[in-house]
Structures are given as C-alpha cells and as structure tokens.
Design a protein around this ligand. Structure first.
Ligand code: FUB
Length: 444
C-alpha cells in the first residue's frame, strides 16, 4: 500500500455524532455542501479553527478540509483531514484560506473543487480540483488551479445531459462557467448571473427540480444580515428570477448552504455559530425543506432537532427537541463528558422529539441517562403527544446529586414499530421545582 494511502486510512477517524443540530461538535465546520452518491449522504464542509497564538488570522482561520458521511441514519462519520492547505500544489503555504468546497461525481470519478490562495499572487482565491475513485478519497490534487476563474465558493451542477456548470464568486456579482468534459478546464468564459437583487452575495448552489433550475445563494440585503435566497430559471445560465428567501437572517456573519434530496426528502444544510458564540467558529446544521405546489420553497426555520432518525441502540438526544414546554436545556456538567441536557423539569413539563425509528419492534427496553438531587416523581415516555400511548415509565432516582449521572433502564410497555414521535412528560408534586435532568434516551 502506498504510504499516502496508509496515512489517509489512519487519519480516517471513526468519530461519530448524532444527526441533530449542530451536526457535529468535536470540531467547527462551516459551508456544508451535501451530496448524495449511490444513495449515501456525504457532507463536504470547510473547517474553522481557533488561530494558534501568533497566527495572523483576524478573519477566518481555515487550514484544511474534513468530510463526513451519514451512517445508520443518525450518526456522522468523520474521515479526518482529506486536504491540508500545505498539500495544495499551487497554494500559498499556511494561508488558512480553505473556504467552501464542493464534490460531484461524473462517470466513476469524484471531483472535489476547493478555493485556496494561489502562491503566484494572481488572485484572492483560485479554484482547484482533486479526483478520486471514491467519494471519501484519497483525492489526487491537480497541479494547477482552473485557468480563467478567480473567486470563492465553487458550486457544481451536472445537468441531465451530462454538461457541467461551475457557479462561483462572492461580492456584488456571481458567475457561472460551463466546464469541459475533463471537468478541469472551462469551456466558456465566466458569465455574470443577471437580475439578482442588490447586495453582497456568495455561496452559489444550483440544483434542478422538475425541469426548473434553482439558483440559490447567500445574500445580504443592504441593511440586513445574511439570508439564503433563491432565484429560478429555465437554463443553467439563467436568466433567473428572484423568488425570495429560503432562510431569514439568523444573526450576524455568514450563512452558506446546500440542498439535497435524500431518501425522498429535501434537506437544507447551512451553518450557524450558536455553540461558539463567535461567527468565525461555525457549526454545520441541517433541516428539512419543503416546496409548495407552485414550485416555490417554503422558508426553513432553523431547529435543534434537525434531521435523521435514531434507531434501536442509538442515543436519542432529547435535548435537541422539536417542542419543549415548562423545561429548559443547558450544557451537561459533572461526570458527563459533553453535550446538552433537559433541565429545570417541573410537574407536567414535556419535551417532544420527532422521528424515532422503532424498526420492526425489536426493542424491549428503554434506557435514560439522568442526574437528580431528589427522588420524588417519575417521567413517562408517550407516543405522539403528552397524552399519547404510554410506552415507558421511569422512576426518578437520587443519583448522588444534580452533577452525578447514571443510566437507568425500564421495560418497554408496548411493542412499538416504525417511525414515531415521542414525548417525555415529567410528573411530580407541583411544589417540586426541579424533578430530574435528562441527557438522552436509548432503545434496547
Ligand atoms: O467560510 C469562508 C467563507 O465564508 C465562505 O467561502 C463563504 O461562503 C462564507 O461562508
């Protein structure tokens, strides 16, 4: 085996994280381009890091790329670093400018497009390409950047006739170029995408549905923060007509996205910086997206629940809820390594978590990860709504205090099959103002 392949294999960390939002928390990830290859969902994001002391990176500090795949419907596998900035044959060393990438498959080859700062000083960013026979690499990196293009945020569209279009750019204007069949050279000079509204734009992502080209992009209306907007047209070159926002501004900074259809559902991938509190340390997220009958896109509201269906054996991160009433969430503490929990639970508080996959009904038990400094009460797990069918009943136990975590287990009271929404209802006396802390549930 070649040394580089061996190193690649060793770097393929099997770190997994649940598919709720944010998608991973072991590193900061931004600009998520999701792609479905042969039925499997992959994400090609960029990677934000905290600059090392002495590194002049007042803006983004982005030294390399990881990539991820969705495993078992609810966990993300991190393949480790697939490209480091100092491996870019034409790139300036240590420039920390590995911004938003994309990856597409044509024939049996995967083409990974990424922007980097060229060492010849010819532009702020050029776009390079790597090729691989596998979606997870290793990629063979082209010796030069694509000639004739300058800019950031490559977004690729392979049309039904096999022709490939590269959308790119950031600023007041966005561009598209058709690529030659070799996928590494432009077949046409960049064309400016016309008739988009005023304001800063970046993060072009074009997809086709029912014969319509949806050109989507991050957009700052003058006086407003980043939104995700879209325009539609009848050709990959446009003209496009602006149709509105897919996501409203969710705070200051950027929002870069992609859209895929996975297992019959449309998903919007985007990023936010809610867990770092700093808009240069972002975390990728995903939420379902829907179309109206007239082909327009319903606005997506960022949720904690996100996508994915935990199965028997997966932790159900109940603190990433669809609905919460009378309780709160916060970071875990004590002997629990990391994550969030449901806390401040009171009489009849409830938390709803949609889309748990009970499969063919093989689960017979349920576990709960709890901490408690008192012992009065219990919590019920019900189907669908707070008064739905009772499927598990956990007594509250004293666990040695609110920072001391313990896993408890009860039998499932019913055989449950298929995808179900579950609701946890907390029961105690009205004067108990803190019943139990709950980190996760698990079907066994
Ligand atoms: O991540 C660096 C840059 O910020 C991306 O290229 C833009 O799309 C914005 O998200």
């Amino acid at each position: 085996m070649k040394k580089s392949n061996l190193i690649f294999l060793l770097l393929s960390i099997c770190y997994t994280s649940l598919a709720q939002n944010p998608l991973v928390t072991h590193l900061f990830t931004a600009d998520p381009t999701a792609r479905v290859f042969d039925g499997k969902l992959y994400i090609y994001p960029s990677h934000d890091i905290v600059p090392e002391h002495g590194v002049d990176a007042p803006k983004f500090c982005m030294p390399d790329y990881h990539m991820f795949s969705l495993e078992n419907g609810s966990t993300w596998k991190d393949y480790g670093v697939i490209l480091d900035q100092n491996e870019v044959p034409w790139g300036e060393k240590n420039s920390n400018g590995m911004w938003a990438p994309d990856c597409v498959k044509k024939g049996n080859t995967y083409y990974y497009y990424y922007p980097a700062k060229p060492k010849d000083g010819s532009a702020f960013r050029r776009i390079g390409v790597g090729t691989s026979k596998s979606p997870t690499g290793p990629f063979k990196w082209g010796k030069s950047y694509i000639k004739g293009l300058k800019g950031i945020d490559p977004g690729l569209l392979i049309d039904d006739d096999g022709k490939t279009y590269l959308y790119f750019g950031g600023g007041k204007e966005l561009f598209v170029s058709q690529l030659k069949d070799n996928m590494k050279e432009i077949a046409s000079e960049p064309i400016k995408i016309e008739a988009l509204p005023e304001g800063y734009k970046e993060g072009s992502f074009c997809f086709k549905k029912d014969g319509i080209y949806y050109f989507t992009f991050a957009h700052v209306f003058p006086g407003e923060g980043y939104t995700i907007g879209y325009a539609t047209g009848k050709s990959p070159f446009g003209p496009f007509q602006y149709r509105g926002k897919i996501m409203d501004n969710i705070g200051n900074g950027t929002n870069h996205h992609s859209i895929v259809n996975y297992q019959g559902k449309w998903i919007l991938f985007y990023h936010w910086w809610d867990i770092s509190g700093y808009n240069k340390l972002r975390s990728m997220r995903a939420d379902y997206m829907e179309f109206k009958e007239d082909g327009s896109i319903k606005k997506v509201k960022p949720s904690l629940r996100g996508i994915g269906s935990p199965k028997v054996g997966d932790t159900i991160q109940i603190d990433r809820y669809n609905e919460i009433n009378g309780a709160k969430t916060t970071f875990v503490g004590g002997n629990e390594p990391s994550g969030w929990m449901v806390c401040d639970t009171r009489m009849l508080s409830h938390v709803k978590f949609n889309n748990v996959d009970f499969g063919n009904g093989s689960a017979t038990k349920m576990q709960a990860r709890i901490s408690s400094g008192q012992r009065i009460g219990h919590f019920e797990v019900r189907l669908g709504n707070p008064k739905g069918q009772l499927i598990a009943d956990f007594p509250v136990q004293y666990t040695d205090g609110w920072n001391s975590w313990k896993t408890i287990e009860v039998p499932l009271l019913e055989k449950v099959t298929g995808n179900q929404d579950i609701v946890v209802v907390f029961i105690s006396h009205w004067d108990v103002d803190k019943i139990v802390n709950l980190n996760w549930l698990l079907l066994k």
